[in-house]
Design a protein around this ligand. Structure first.
Ligand SMILES: Nc1ncnc2c1ncn2[C@@H]1O[C@H](COP(=O)(O)OP(=O)(O)O)[C@@H](O)[C@H]1O
Ligand SMILES: [Mg+2]
Length: 394
């Protein structure tokens, strides 16, 4: 297991600055996702780590070693791409063995290595087949096998699941988690799909416009987004983001949000508002309460999904996305009492987008390995707020 470090890594393509200066320290054995919208620089970051692209400036380290001047083949990494590009005329076994052949691993040693990888990925019964005789998921497993067979120190994956259908993607997510657990290797995974990043990663690096926005566990990113961009990007359905104003009230900060006037809980903010503070307020769909409270919401759209419904409702000028259990018995046009979980409101500076919450009720969660990730008490997945706030009050 080795760490991977980006130290002020800048990348320009001519006049275009793809990455102005990336600092990212990935710990040994982590599964880190680079997550962000198309064009934010994820693939460029991964290709520089692989040695397929040269940084304009800055240093990249694999373990203690600076690799800027090393060829891809000298970096002890393996990369899996979105298009798995198997050799159609070769069998599965030959495809997996190909990197060994290319590197001059003696012929006698190859079958054992191929078998070990085939066992790991449950490809044993398929070894004699040709790629076209495999399903998309099986082909992707062969591509993984071809990367694994060299036993690289670091494993790089660029949107490896995006060609698969939704059901198979879910299955492969579970397989990749299991694979990471068994191998314990450092993995860097590029995706624009927040669900993939949230479910698999020990930590997520959220990027936008070539700039790292937040690098933290999935739970932390969900519950404490560092800025309004991360807040809006993570979560399905997305949280409501609306303009608000905060002023000093009699009982502490008073939030004006559309027609609502809400006293914020004591200590909710890391700042003391002086005069009027212009903010962006973030409200997760599960933090809107229907059927109680002094506000009124007018139901616009109800989308039942079975175990829950997603409701679009307007309170004054603000359109909220709301998650309710079951079918909720709501109809468009209904006017219902409505409240917000005040202690769960995300407050961002409207100009800079920076988070203003004090977050004193949340524990800092920093699992670095799959063990940490799997330990329920410090779980890196999406844990409930209840578990989170019980984890570290004070
Ligand atoms: N070889 C290249 N030449 C010129 N511009 C490039 C090249 N590769 C990437 N870019 C640009 O760099 C930015 C980041 O691209 P990329 O890393 O592929 O983003 P992502 O993988 O997040 O979608 C984009 O603006 C893209 O157009
Ligand atoms: Mg890409």
């Amino acid at each position: 297991m080795v760490p991977v470090t980006f130290d002020k890594v800048r990348k320009q393509f001519g006049a275009l600055v793809a990455l102005p200066g990336l600092d990212l320290a990935i710990a040994a054995g982590e599964f880190v996702s680079l997550l962000g919208p198309s064009g934010c620089g994820k693939t460029t970051t991964l290709r520089m780590l692989a040695g397929l692209e040269q940084p304009t400036s800055g240093r990249i380290l694999i373990g203690e070693r600076m690799v800027n001047d090393l060829a891809p083949s000298e970096r002890d990494i393996a990369m899996v791409f979105q298009s798995y590009a198997l050799y159609p005329h070769m069998s599965v076994a030959q495809n997996i063995a190909y990197p060994l052949r290319k590197r001059g691993v003696p012929k006698a040693e190859r079958p054992a290595k191929v078998k070990a990888v085939a066992d790991l990925l449950q490809l044993g019964p398929l070894l004699e087949r040709r790629p076209r005789q495999l399903s998309g998921g099986q082909q992707q497993r062969v591509a993984l096998g071809r990367a694994l067979v060299r036993e690289p120190k670091v494993f790089l994956l660029d949107e490896p699941l995006s060609n698969l259908d939704a059901k198979l993607r879910a299955h492969m997510r579970a397989e990749l988690i299991e694979l990471h657990r068994r191998l314990g290797k450092t993995m860097v995974y590029v995706t624009h799909d927040q669900l993939e990043a949230m479910t698999m990663s020990t930590r997520i690096a959220v990027m936008q416009g070539g700039t790292l926005q937040q690098f933290a566990t999935p739970a932390e990113i969900y519950h404490r987004p560092a800025n309004a961009f991360v807040a809006g990007f993570i979560g399905t359905p997305a949280m409501t983001l609306a303009d608000g104003e905060i002023a000093a009230g009699e009982r502490g900060p008073l939030l004006k949000l559309g027609e609502l006037r809400l006293d914020l809980p004591p200590g909710h903010l890391a700042v003391q508002p002086e005069g009027i503070l212009k903010v962006t307020v973030g409200v997760r769909p599960e933090d809107v309460l229907l059927g109680r409270g002094e506000g009124r919401a007018s139901i616009r759209v109800v989308e039942p999904t079975g175990h829950e419904s997603i409701v679009l409702a307007k309170a004054g000028d603000v359109a909220f996305t709301i998650r309710v259990p079951g079918d909720a018995g709501l109809c468009p046009g209904d006017s219902v009492p409505f409240d917000l979980r005040r202690d769960h409101l995300h407050i961002f500076d409207r100009e800079s987008g920076r988070r203003l919450n004090a977050d004193r009720n949340f524990a800092a969660i920093q699992p670095m390995s799959r063990d940490g990730y799997d330990n329920p008490s410090s779980c890196g997945g999406i844990v409930t707020r209840h578990a989170l706030s019980n984890g570290g009050a004070g």
